[in-house]
Write a protein that binds this ligand. Structure first.
Ligand SMILES: Cc1cc2nc3c(=O)[nH]c(=O)nc-3n(C[C@H](O)[C@H](O)[C@H](O)COP(=O)(O)O)c2cc1C
Ligand SMILES: Nc1ncnc2c1ncn2[C@@H]1O[C@H](COP(=O)(O)OP(=O)(O)OP(=O)(O)O)[C@@H](O)[C@H]1O
Length: 335
């Protein structure tokens, strides 16, 4: 695996300013009911399929000289309607930033609650979207469902739109090796440690954001200090195991050897970290700092060790693997 460049690391860590304005629906009057094409969805992960859909919507908008607007929801509808919501690939702020940097002219964020979930497609368009947007075309994937319990498919929306001057496109879904790219599939790849396949479908290396908390302090004594990283409980962590990747602190990235899951050797020890990284070549006090970790490759599954010496030798071997892959220097991510 080659050294990534600053550009790809910035993309993986979702750095940089959003390129287009993001409007909450209640402030969307600022769009002055502009003529527009819209792409609609939850867009968790803003993966390659989502971006292909958005590209087609943007091309249509440009062709007709109208605005290109991504319409999404906060919170993710799944967290409201599902009894067991899936852990998400992106925090809402990152999802919006990714959408705002996808070539659209604006992002419009519809607050999602059980009242919205109970609307049918007619009420969703006429009561929620059309008062603020003069929609000329709707772009969704061919599998798109809208309305109470997903009652309305693309054909139902197209029937409704006929005669209203609104064109509806149900685009073919982007596939990878015959499998439809979806947030659900990417979650399952990440949950099985297939980080390279997940990255191919996401279009970037999977990364999570968190804060450095105090741990047991044992790693330091064993010769490999680790930053214990606490992430939002609604965000998906990869399968338990040991990973090569990067740690991002401010505008710097460092190679990192990362352990996901409570260390099986010390299971139950109070203060054990569920996610910790040895940041290769780095030494500074970073307690309470914001940090992001990316996972390029699973090196092995975690396992219990019979002796501390064996644990230390194995972890040092993993840290060396990371050094061999990415060196031990700082990557400057300033644009
Ligand atoms: C790269 C890496 C790989 C690790 N692999 C394992 C493992 O396979 N089994 C295990 O019990 N702990 C593993 N650990 C966790 C260590 O046991 C842990 O860092 C150490 O106990 C220090 O914990 P502390 O940060 O809570 O003080 C690993 C840690 C790192 C950084
Ligand atoms: N592979 C894809 N290619 C093109 N469009 C897609 C693809 N996957 C989803 N879409 C479309 O993107 C929009 C957002 O979809 P959605 O947020 O449900 O994504 P998803 O990846 O299918 O999520 P999940 O797996 O959680 O259901 C919808 O219009 C959907 O039809």
């Amino acid at each position: 695996m080659s050294h990534p460049d600053a550009f790809s690391l910035r993309r993986d860590f979702i750095l940089g300013k959003a390129l287009a304005p993001i409007y909450a629906l209640k402030d969307a009057a600022a769009l002055s009911r502009c003529a527009c094409a819209v792409a609609i969805g939850a867009f968790d992960g803003v993966h390659r399929g989502h971006r292909h859909l958005i590209n087609q919507m943007v091309a249509d908008a440009h062709e007709h000289g109208i605005a290109a607007i991504a319409v999404t929801f906060d919170p993710d509808p799944d967290t409201v309607v599902s009894a067991a919501p899936a852990p998400k690939l992106t925090l809402v702020a990152d999802r919006l930033r990714l959408l705002a940097s996808s070539g659209v002219d604006a992002v419009c964020v519809v607050p999602f609650d059980s009242a919205l979930a109970s609307l049918d497609h007619d009420a969703f368009f006429t009561r929620v979207l059309l008062p603020v947007l003069d929609i000329r075309s709707v772009h969704v994937g061919s599998n798109f469902r809208l309305g109470y319990r997903g009652a309305s498919d693309v054909n139902a929306i197209r029937d409704w739109a006929r005669g209203r001057g609104i064109e509806v496109f149900g685009h073919e879904l982007v596939c990878d090796d015959g499998d439809v790219v979806s947030a659900t599939r990417i979650r399952s790849l990440i949950s099985s440690g297939s980080m390279e396949m997940a990255a191919a479908e996401l279009g970037r290396t999977y990364a999570v954001r968190g804060r450095v908390a105090r741990g047991r302090g044992e790693g330091h004594k064993m010769g490999f200090p680790t930053a214990n990283v606490v992430i939002d409980s609604n965000i998906l962590a990869p399968q338990e195991g040991v990973y090569a990747g990067f740690a991002c602190l401010g505008e710097e990235a460092w190679p990192a050897a990362i352990n996901v899951g409570l260390p099986p050797t010390f299971k139950g020890a109070p203060g054990s970290a569920k996610l910790e990284a040895n940041i290769v070549g780095f030494s500074a006090d970073i307690y309470e700092r914001d940090i992001a970790l990316s996972f390029t490759k699973q090196l092995r599954r975690s396992r219990p060790f019979d002796s501390l010496d064996e644990l230390i030798a194995t972890v040092e071997g993993n840290i060396q693997d990371v050094r061999d892959l990415y060196g031990e220097g700082r990557y400057d991510l300033r644009a």
